[in-house]
Design a protein around this ligand. Structure first.
Ligand code: HEC
Length: 116
């Protein structure tokens, strides 16, 4: 019985620690920190990443690298120009971006269109 418990615990730890392969030398994203930092984004993108405001994209389940690139592009203010997102991304550190992208990428996408 004890061994089964240990096995379950090991499987759980393994599952939570291998969220996504990391490039060498980069620390794994901190999804909890990403969620905290993303509080600033919830008004528009919602905590579950499914936006309800017209013109606001859903972030849930989006590819992590894509989200990182999008946020860097908004942060530099040149590559991707949008007054709201340029302002929102400006104060984000590189780690914030990695963490927030991980947080939204792990969420469940909608599977049948935007009506929700
Ligand atoms: C006031 C509303 C608002 C807030 C707050 C906001 N966003 Fe956005 N976000 C938008 C809108 C609108 C767009 C679409 C902009 C465009 O057309 O480029 C967008 C676009 C994005 C995109 C691009 C998605 C894609 O598919 O290319 C990402 C990523 C994103 N936001 C992340 C964030 C993060 C992270 C935060 C918090 C730090 C945040 N947003 C806060 C409204 C908001």
């Amino acid at each position: 019985m004890k061994n089964i418990f240990r096995l379950g615990l090991a499987a759980l730890l393994l599952a939570t620690s291998t969220v996504q392969a990391q490039p060498l030398g980069e620390p794994a994203p901190d999804v909890g920190a990403g969620k905290k930092r993303a509080a600033a984004c919830f008004a528009c993108h919602n905590p579950d990443g499914i936006a309800k405001i017209p013109g606001t994209p859903h972030l849930a389940g989006q590819e992590r690298g894509y989200l990182e690139n999008a946020l860097r592009a908004y942060r530099d203010g040149q590559t991707r120009q949008n007054p709201i997102m340029n302002a929102m991304a400006k104060p984000l550190s590189d780690r914030d971006i990695v963490n927030i992208a991980a947080y939204y990428s792990l969420q469940t996408r909608m599977n049948n269109g935007p009506a929700r």
